[in-house]
Ligand binder design. Sequence first.
Ligand code: MLT
Ligand code: ZN
Length: 474
Amino acid sequence: MSQEMTRDATNHDLVARLSARLGPAGVLTQEADMAPYAVDWRRLFPGRPACVVRPASTAEVADAVRLCRAAGAAMVPQGGNTGLAGGAAPDASGTQVVVSLARMNAVRAVDPVGLTLTAEAGCVLGTAQAAAEAAGRLLPVSFAAEGSAMLGGVIATNAGGLNVVRYGMTRGLVLGLEVVLADGTVVDGLRALRKDNAGYDWKQWFIGTEGTLGLVTAAVMRLAARPRHVATALLAVPDPDAALRLFTLAQEELGDCIQAFELISGLSLDLVGRHSTLTRPVEPAPWYVLLEAASSLPALREAAEGMLGTAFERGDALDGVLAESGQQAAGLWALREGITEAEAKEGRGVKHDVSVPITAIPAFLEAAGRALAEGAPGARANAFGHMGDGNIHYNVLAAPDHDGDAINRLVHGVVDRFGGSISAEHGIGQYRVAELLRHRRPEEIALARRIKAALDPDGLLNPGKVLSGQILPR
Ligand code: MLT
Ligand code: ZN
């Protein structure tokens, strides 16, 4: 029998077993049905799954994992498939099983007093946010893809987003976790506790490891009080140094009320203007800052106005608008959240998701600009991102025949010089596997491989993501 025939026979057998367990709604095998699950949304990693399973409960996930393991089939967990590093897309071998968590979408509980929300992995982030809001509380993870991204993926990638400056990364918001291990064991750690030092904090092994150590099936998330007053401003600024001075001023004047501090290049808003109907309500400028502060104390607006007045006096803000209503604030956020889509419409770019110490951002931008001008003449840098937490998306718009790897190496080389990270919030997925190897110490990679070998000895969980090559022998 040829290799292909053996593969088809194994697939056929596995699909039959999965269908018997999950029912017809739980297994997709037709190419057209599988198409949305077969490629990441940027369409950089087209794959071909053996089938897509859609379990409706943790028990079904566990059984699907057992059946795949028995057949030696690799599994690729997938939520809303909005990731930017290809971590949820299968390869093109036709042998991998996509495990979509989309049918496990219930919000199981909201506790407005204890400030927790318990939901399943397939719950869309926006739905979980709305459930928290209905209870008068805030689920403080927010980013442009929140209308499609699912909680399991948010956790598996340790998503960052717009409010990290105040609430931290997803990792710090997960109080409890339920996971299915590579052998189908269900580990229920859905504890809604603020303090829990009883032994290893094992849930951290599954947060940010992109489904390579286990499948997240449900979580208890920490909620926050919902501030009653919000001040949102878009400011035109002369350069990143001025933006940094504004950040210091905002910290002094608004303190821990700052919940977003975004740096946006002029090019970013040009692209949004070109590819959407949105318009910027401030003068054209080389850079912008989108600043948001929130508090339950009514003095917030006065404090924000005072801060902006000082910024204008000092020449650090050239023009600006402080939103007068929630609707106007949403309009400012639409500009910011429209950047990724506008970039995609402009053409294929080379994305970077780097972080450097906040104070080094202006120098980093200058050095990266110089390196790009020398190493990739003609390429345009479109830098924007979460300045308040040191995370810049230094995206490069290059010619269609560009060498993406060379541009990656160039930008990441500059990141190294500033003691930064090559992945601040998007994860490694498939996109940055080689770069991770180049930028982390061999001992760090070896340690990660030992953990991988312990939890996924057969290497069946999301192979080829995060860690490359063979896992260590047992
Ligand atoms: C964002 O902050 O909008 C995204 O994480 C960045 C990107 O699309 O590169
Ligand atoms: Zn981002």
